[in-house]
Design a protein around this ligand. Structure first.
Ligand code: CP
Ligand code: NVA
Length: 302
């Protein structure tokens, strides 16, 4: 059987994703109760990072330890990848020694190329195009707050970036409506938009997207690799800030989400992100641990 990878949410069926989230809820309870769950004893994960990270590194490394396995942190600069060893060769060698691989990189084609030459499962831990692991944590956090996300309406306010593309995939996999408000020139992937036109609304107006929505979600205006564009982006995105006024036109019990790191005063005000009732960003961040442990178990058991 072909090796199962997790490069986008579309690598799983809706029912597989549902099972992963159910297991994530269970694993969270077990971890909070200090109940052992050593389902990956003796298994090793290679974690390849070509971009910075706080949550992703800590959650995968801690997750493997809690499952009884081990994780290796590999920065591209300290391996031969940074000196030009072909991705295919790296994939063959690393996957001959470890049980599972996680990669955070720039071009999405890098994880695809790696996966093609890997004999063990590969997890996309963020590329320029997608961030599927974050969506597992987001769906888990929403379910904790308000139950099933199916049929809900989600407003993505801001850049049509890797997170936005993953929200489009999530809308299809979990069956919710997605309204995307972004400035012209910052649209998400055109093919994805077209494929999912039945459930996606694209608008240039943040209030149109937010009106009556159950979730308002945003992300940084300048992703990793776009540091030089920061000033121009700040101007273009100014009308797309999630603030108290925008939250006030959402559904009465709407929640605010953000994958973090956040920049208060830019894409979101402090008042919104630090709101103790409506902001669920800390649950979202913690759930990276639980959801990815469920994902690791799922991939190792294929
Ligand atoms: N949300 C997220 O992926 O955070 P890090 O960049 O800190 O890993
Ligand atoms: N869109 C952001 C997400 C960070 C977790 C980035 O790619 O930098």
């Amino acid at each position: 059987m072909a090796t199962k990878h997790f490069l986008t949410l579309k690598d799983c069926t809706p029912s597989e994703l549902k099972n992963i989230i159910e297991r994530a809820h269970e694993l969270k309870k077990m971890q909070h109760a200090h109940q052992p769950h050593l389902t990956a004893e003796g298994r090793v994960m290679a974690m390849i990072f070509e971009k910075s990270s706080t949550r992703t590194r800590v959650s995968f490394e801690t997750g493997m330890a809690q499952l009884g396995g081990h994780a290796l942190f590999l920065s591209a600069n300290d391996t031969q990848m940074g000196r030009g060893e072909p991705i295919e060769d790296t994939a063959k060698v690393i996957s001959s020694m470890v049980d599972i691989v996680m990669i955070r990189t720039f071009a999405h084609s890098t994880v695809e190329t790696f996966a093609q030459s890997s004999r063990v499962p590969v997890i996309n831990a963020l590329t320029d195009s997608y961030h599927p692991c974050q969506l597992l944590a987001d769906v888990q956090a929403f379910e904790e707050a308000q139950g099933s996300i199916q049929g809900k309406s989600v407003a993505w306010i801001g850049d049509g970036n890797n997170m936005c593309n993953s929200y489009i995939n999530a809308a299809a996999q979990w069956d919710f409506e997605l309204r995307i408000a972004c400035p012209e020139g910052y649209d998400p992937d055109a093919d994805l938009l077209e494929q999912h036109a039945d459930r996606i609304v694209l608008t240039r107006s943040a209030s149109e997207a937010a009106n009556g929505a159950n979730i308002l979600v945003t992300d940084t205006w300048a992703s990793m690799g776009q540091e030089d564009e920061k000033d121009g982006r700040s101007q273009d995105f100014a009308p797309f800030q999630v603030n108290k006024e925008l939250m006030s036109i959402a559904a009465p019990n709407a929640v605010f989400m953000h994958c973090l790191p956040a920049y208060r005063g830019s894409e979101v005000t402090a008042e919104v992100i630090d709101h103790p009732d409506t902001s669920i960003v800390w649950q979202e961040a913690e759930n990276r641990l639980h959801a990815q442990k469920a994902l690791i178990e799922f991939l190792l058991n294929q």
